[in-house]
Design a protein around this ligand. Structure first.
Ligand SMILES: [Zn+2]
Length: 258
């Protein structure tokens, strides 16, 4: 068990950050993003009538299987886990990861109160999505453990969101999806994608306004965008960069052992 996991999780009350993968609409921000965590699941009459419990159990099991697959096979996830391990913050899937039902605008989250990653089994269905969510949230966990970020400090949160988007989410395809990438402006569009993603996640915490979030992101962007620790490089989806990063990881003391 890691030193942080037991000793320091209670020092950050109200610390709660979340991650939006899908496009969000403003009204969804008023909804509870993680109802299962807060025991606030309301069943519709349709769900009661047809008893969806079995299909939910099945989706939850599939989520746990996908997470286990990523932990055993994804180079990026393995680097993140090795870095946590090297920092004295071990990761145990049964303690530090929970597959839960979420609002349909979120695919995952990091609950700093419990030092636990939430994987939304109703949204993060594909292995590739599960990998992206895990790398993103493990970046928050790494920052919480190694860099001792304060989730009540907007500049700290902005920095962690920039790093997480940079390492996990903004492949060329994502940047293109956000509508501002072309083969000619890939570098600038990648930065814009990271900024957009960080802003979406910051606003989703419901603790920071859009205006103060934009200001904080601009202030910390150059330093935090350049900080690629612990992966060390930006990896395009399905590129050989992931394997290169994995091969290089032991050189930096990140040698993952289960
Ligand atoms: Zn995030």
């Amino acid at each position: 068990m890691s030193r942080k996991n037991d000793d320091e999780t209670n020092n950050h009350k109200n610390a709660y950050t979340c991650e939006l993968e899908a496009n969000i609409k403003d009204q969804s921000l008023n909804d509870d993003l993680y109802p299962e965590r807060r025991q606030r699941i309301k069943k519709t009459w349709f769900e009661n009538f047809f008893n969806f419990e079995n299909s939910k159990k099945h989706a939850k099991r599939r989520c746990e299987q996908n997470a286990t697959w990523c932990i055993n096979n994804s180079p990026l996830v393995k680097i993140m886990l090795a870095a946590l391990q090297a920092s004295g913050c071990d990761f145990h899937i049964e303690r530090h990861l929970a597959c839960e039902y979420c609002h349909n605008t979120v695919s995952g989250g990091f609950d700093a109160n419990f030092n636990q990653i939430i994987l939304c089994y109703n949204v993060a269905v594909k292995k590739s999505t599960v990998q992206a969510v895990l790398v993103h949230e493990l970046t928050h966990m790494f920052d919480y453990c190694q860099n001792e970020i304060d989730f009540n400090n907007i500049r700290h949160v902005a920095c962690s969101e920039i790093r997480a988007a940079n390492l996990a989410n903004c492949s060329f395809l994502s940047a293109w999806y956000y509508g501002n990438a072309s083969l000619l402006n890939i570098k600038e569009s990648h930065k814009e994608c990271v900024k957009n993603k960080a802003l979406t996640s910051l606003v989703a915490t419901k603790r920071f306004s859009k205006i103060e979030s934009i200001k904080a992101i601009d202030e910390v962007f150059p330093k935090c965008y350049a900080d690629l620790e612990p992966i060390g490089r930006r990896c395009r989806r399905n590129s050989t960069n992931m394997n290169l990063a994995f091969i290089e990881a032991p050189l930096y003391g990140y040698n993952y052992k289960i």
